[in-house]
Design a protein. Structure first.
Length: 530
């Protein structure tokens, strides 16, 4: 197959949702339809169960599973589909944000009864900011839930999306009869006592056809006719170009658990979802069709076996062909490297691969050379953008609890930070280290992993910080900057890249600082340089 055809047939995407909306179930059903697995229940649940905050084994179990489910790839109707796993747990939101830099589109799963939930709001906002094409799947129609039109309103208002229903439910919960596929004008009905099977579907070119009343009953037929008429009046028609720009989001209804609406979703997905997209580097825009290899690290996974310190770096191929044993430039450290056993992912297995194409994810064994955001090329100096650090939400001093092991502690902290587990800040004034995380769970993960993988012990001490603000002194008036540094000395630190950070203790402090030193710019992500 030609290089261009290989690119065209790839669909790399992520599924995002609030925990429990049905992400795992939908992923599994997509794999079932794609023939990648033979039975339901094969994809293990990758979420940390409620109440597991202090259960280290649970965290370890989850880490084990998340290696296996990091990338799930399969072929469906000759399309190569790569699903990138995104952790649902809010304490791992940063991981999800980073994974979203490697997808070309997303599917948003919403629970019909719960509607739009907080985690979905956050993740969709990130996708919207990056204009990532989104499909919405409203799940669990076999249960009582919100009215479909109310839900569409909620999706528009809370998520700021512009929706177009591609299918519409007939009834819901106990009365759920099936789904009308608006694009194909096809009626699919639930059948069987336990609603586990689906009819093959009847096409209705014209919904006024009296056969409809016979099949679903007068009342449901009338409601469906009214609903479809309302949809055609109120919602915009589907337009692929608008969807691809992130300006229009098609909505599907179904029940992942009952296989209902999943095939329609998958078929529509492979037809409309984008193949690998161009990606911005600091230096220029890189097109997927360029023949020279470029790619970037979006995730690093530590080995589960503490005796082997190697890690798996996940690289998204942006352009060109990645070949085993070819020399590539690791741009950040300026060295050429060859990879003798790059892994490709297929369903839940990984295997050594000779060639990978744009859109694919390659897993590379790494002994500590890679960092999240690193770029590989054939020699060109390129740095892919879009993996910024956001301000952590929790901050604690980290203390060495075993003075004989300080080397191990620093090495461990360094490597865990490269993996993106948390962010490390070093205070200007006294060199003390501060660990910043998105969730409280990470502190336990760090403590546990330092001890088990590096033989180091740490304790934490509370520190009252509201937000980390990256300071841009570039256009600052010299006197003002000096004054800012003098007054705020106690709160200034460096991040891992050596960038200046102001650890503000309240929103009020941020406002006061901004009005007092207007030429010193404060940013809420590390990647403020455009
Ligand atoms: P998540 O990955 O988004 O967190 O959700 P997951 O797929 O694990 O689904 C959460 C719960 O919702 C599971 O039940 C799952 O069986 C159920 N579910 C998913 N899709 C549907 C659907 O279409 N209809 C109905 N009625 N339920 C659905 P659980 O009891 O929490 O777990 P399990 O014991 O079934 O695994």
């Amino acid at each position: 197959m030609s290089f261009l055809k290989e690119i065209e047939r790839r669909r790399t995407f992520g599924i995002i949702s609030h925990p429990d909306a049905g992400k795992t179930t939908l992923t599994e059903k997509l794999l079932l339809f794609g023939g990648a697995i033979q039975e339901a229940g094969a994809v293990k649940n990758n979420k940390i169960k409620k109440g597991a905050t202090s259960d280290f084994m649970e965290i370890e179990r989850q880490r084990g599973i998340s290696v296996a489910t990091s990338v799930l790839a399969f072929i469906y109707k000759n399309k190569k589909i790569n699903i990138l796993d995104t952790p649902g747990h809010k304490d791992f939101a940063e991981d999800t944000f980073r994974t979203l830099t490697a997808v070309d589109s997303v599917i948003v799963v919403i629970d019909v009864a719960k509607g739009v939930e907080p985690q979905t709001e956050k993740l969709v906002e990130v996708c919207r900011m990056r204009s990532i094409p989104m499909l919405v799947f409203i799940n669990k129609l076999d249960r009582e839930g919100k009215d479909a039109f109310d839900l569409l309103d909620e999706v528009e208002q809370k998520l700021g999306l512009r929706v177009t229903p591609m299918s519409f439910p007939i009834g819901m919960g106990y009365d759920f009869k099936g789904i009308y596929n608006i694009l194909e004008k096809k009626l699919n009905l639930f059948s069987g006592d336990n609603k586990q099977s689906i009819s093959k579907g009847v096409v209705f070119d014209d919904l006024t056809n009296p056969k409809l009343d016979k099949i679903i009953g007068d009342k449901a037929a009338k409601t469906l006719r009214d609903d479809i008429e309302l949809i055609s009046e109120v919602y915009p028609d589907f337009d692929r170009a608008e969807y691809l720009k992130g300006d229009l989001q098609p909505v599907f209804f179904g029940s992942a658990l009952n296989n209902f609406g999943v095939q329609e979703l998958l078929d529509a997905f492979i037809n409309i979802a984008p193949s690998p997209q161009p990606k911005k580097a600091v230096e220029r825009l890189v097109d997927s069709k360029e023949t020279e290899l470029t790619g970037f690290v979006f995730k690093i996974h530590a080995n589960m076996d503490p005796k082997h310190r190697d890690r798996l770096a996940f690289i998204k191929i942006v352009s060109g062909v990645f070949r085993r044993n070819s020399p590539y430039l690791h741009v950040r450290n300026g060295k050429k490297v060859k990879f003798s056993s790059p892994n490709a992912f297929f369903a839940e297995k990984k295997e050594i691969v000779e060639e990978s194409y744009p859109g694919d994810i390659v897993g590379i064994h790494d002994t500590g050379n890679f960092k999240i955001g690193d770029t590989l090329t054939e020699g060109e100096i390129l740095n892919f953008k879009g993996i910024p650090s956001f301000s952590p939400e929790h901050f604690r001093y980290v203390n060495n609890a075993d003075p004989m092991k300080s080397k191990q502690l620093f090495k461990g902290l360094d490597q865990l930070m490269d993996e993106g587990v948390a962010q490390l800040f070093t205070l200007d004034m006294n060199g003390r280290k501060v660990v910043g995380t998105v969730g409280a769970l990470q502190y336990e993960v760090i403590q546990y992993r330092l001890e088990h993988e590096y033989g180091a012990k740490c304790t934490y001490e509370n520190l009252s910080v509201h937000k980390a603000c990256w300071v841009e002194p570039k256009d600052a008036k010299n006197d003002e900057f000096k004054e800012f540094k003098r007054v705020k000395q106690r709160y200034l630190a460096k991040d891992k890249e050596g960038q200046l950070v102001f650890l503000a203790d309240s929103e009020f402090t941020i406002q006061m600082t901004q009005s007092k030193y207007p030429s010193v710019k404060l940013h809420f992500t590390s990647e403020y340089k455009s």
